[in-house]
Design a protein around this ligand. Structure first.
Ligand code: SAH
Ligand code: F3S
Length: 500
């Protein structure tokens, strides 16, 4: 009988992509996706360990699934990804009902491992070497990049795809567990990234997002010539049928002029740059071991603004890092007020075992102070974001329509009688746009006239009303609307991923 999988994903886009690929690998073995964990033969948690909060979520999910395991001992429970690598034996000592603990460097083994467990082989732990456990080469080899063939039906939306440029990270920011759980930085070849993108485009993909922990540090040695992200972008830009190329996450020091020029000159490359500053104060940046000063960050930003005046720049910030004083925190506020970020993700510092900050610095900012600073920074960013969106009113924006708006999804996601719904999409600069339109626009590029804005989104109407009128004529009868809806709706990745 067909086996069914339920997978929950917590974390960054790397984890979202890993889940997609794991599901695709199991589908090739005849597995299907379950509609609920209670109906699944295997339940996987693809986990993040960047902050404690993400791990807590997984441990409480493991607590909940325990009842199901007691009822059905044959249910295979897997913890895969970053937390599996970080906690290793701890996972099973806290939750002995877990059968599989598989790190991000061993995901390719999952079909075999699941089969082993189902055959009664008992629990399995498969993880990579610790970064200090051997030579760089040995550690690198123990983290296998996982990029098997894709299964187009498994993407969150069929017209968008994440494409990995490199795995791991070598920057070792003092607070960050990523270099430990994802291993040394390893680039994929330009040829394999281009070939994968061509295949995705042939399957109907309009937009790809290149993902790497520090995507702009990308280097590939092609017969003695070093190819950089700008070279890769140039090759991808010439793929017919591909409309948009995005890339995340950028490391400030590697935002070189060739990359900025590529974004300026290559029409498919979106003017959207996520370049986390993390903090606004030199002393804290130094304690964070980020490798740049605010002066250097501002110089980088200046170069970006000079060449790309319309580009959206976004940032991450950590508040309440070890020893952060009120005066130091104020520098982050100053940066947010002056840098004109489109938006910022703001995180309260969470000490991570294994990192330099955990070992050598003291997490001395009280939780209530972290919370207060988080709110202050968010409030400052909200003001900036609102102001930054104002000039869009009255403009026409090209939007890739992704699906229902968050509000519509919350309402149960059924289209109104006229077959229309509140949809959402994104501009090239990654601004969210919501508008009322027929569901059949999902997956298309449309022009939208912006009529109003909020801090985190723009509101608009499909340009000219023309498209709308024409599409209304073409609308299916109510009977077939639900069939259309099922096709048009982006199939969610197994379970929505949360940025924890
Ligand atoms: N380069 C990666 C960064 C991964 S972590 C990327 O692709 O985004 C994402 C963000 O989480 C970081 O930019 C940082 O702002 C935040 N972060 C990392 N470690 C953290 C910690 N220990 N506590 C709080 N926030 C953290
Ligand atoms: Fe983490 Fe710094 Fe790398 S934030 S992913 S160690 S660039």
């Amino acid at each position: 009988m067909t086996k069914r999988l339920w997978i929950e994903t917590v974390g960054c886009q790397m984890n979202v992509l890993d889940s997609e690929l794991v599901v695709a690998a199991l589908r090739r073995q005849g597995w299907e996706l379950a509609t609920a964990s209670s109906e699944a033969d295997a339940v996987f948690y693809n986990t993040c360990s960047v902050r404690q909060h993400a791990e807590d979520k997984i441990y409480s999910a493991l607590g909940r699934i325990r009842q199901e395991k007691l009822r059905r001992p044959e249910l295979v429970i897997g913890v895969i990804g970053c937390m599996a690598q970080k906690d290793q034996l701890l996972v099973r000592s806290r939750a002995p009902w877990v059968d599989l603990v598989v790190g991000p460097g061993q995901l390719h083994q999952i079909p075999t491992l699941v089969a082993d467990v189902l055959a009664g082989g008992g629990p399995r732990l498969e993880v990579s070497l610790d970064r200090k456990a051997g030579s760089r080469n040995a550690v690198t080899l123990s983290f296998e990049s996982y990029d098997p063939d894709r299964d187009p039906t498994m993407r969150p939306t069929p017209f968008q795809a994440l494409v990995r440029t490199q795995t791991g990270c070598d920057k070792f920011c003092a607070f960050c567990v990523v270099p430990h759980v994802r291993g040394p930085e390893q680039a994929r070849s330009v040829a394999s990234i281009v070939a994968e993108t061509q295949k995705l485009v042939a399957e109907g993909c309009l937009e790809i997002t290149l993902i790497g922990q520090t995507v702009n540090s990308y280097r590939w040695n092609e017969g003695g010539k070093i190819l950089r992200l700008s070279d890769l972008l140039e090759q991808l830009n010439s793929i017919d049928g591909l409309e948009r190329i995005k890339f995340v996450t950028n490391y400030p020091r590697d935002m070189t002029d060739d990359l900025i020029a590529a974004v300026r000159d290559l029409p498919k490359v979106c003017p959207y740059l996520h370049v986390p500053a993390q903090h606004g104060c030199d002393a804290v940046l130094s304690r964070m071991k980020r490798g740049y000063t605010i002066g250097e960050y501002m110089e980088m930003l200046h170069r970006v603004r000079e060449s790309l005046p319309h580009a959206a720049v976004t940032s991450d910030f950590i508040v309440g890092f070890c020893g952060e004083t009120d005066a130091e925190f104020t520098r982050s506020l100053d940066l947010v007020r002056s840098a004109n970020f489109k938006n910022s993700y703001i995180f309260k510092y969470s000490p991570r075992p294994g990192t330099k900050a955990f070992e050598r610095q003291i997490d001395d900012v009280p939780e209530a102070v972290k919370r207060g600073r988080n709110q202050m920074l968010l409030d400052a960013q909200t003001v900036v974001s609102l102001a930054g969106n104002q000039p869009f009113i009255g403009t026409r924006q090209q939007v890739l329509v992704e699906g229902l708006s968050a509000r519509e999804e919350k309402n149960g996601g059924l289209p109104s009688v006229d077959g229309q719904a509140q949809l959402m999409g994104r501009t090239p600069c990654d601004r969210i746009v919501v508008f009322h339109a027929p569901l059949r626009l999902i997956g298309r590029l449309v022009d939208v006239d912006i009529t109003a804005t909020a801090a985190w989104s723009l509101v608009g109407v499909v340009a000219d009303g023309l498209a709308e009128a024409k599409l209304l004529d073409e609308l299916p009868s109510p009977a077939s609307a639900s069939a259309l809806y099922a096709i048009a709706l982006p199939t969610r990745t197994p379970a929505g991923a949360a940025r924890a």
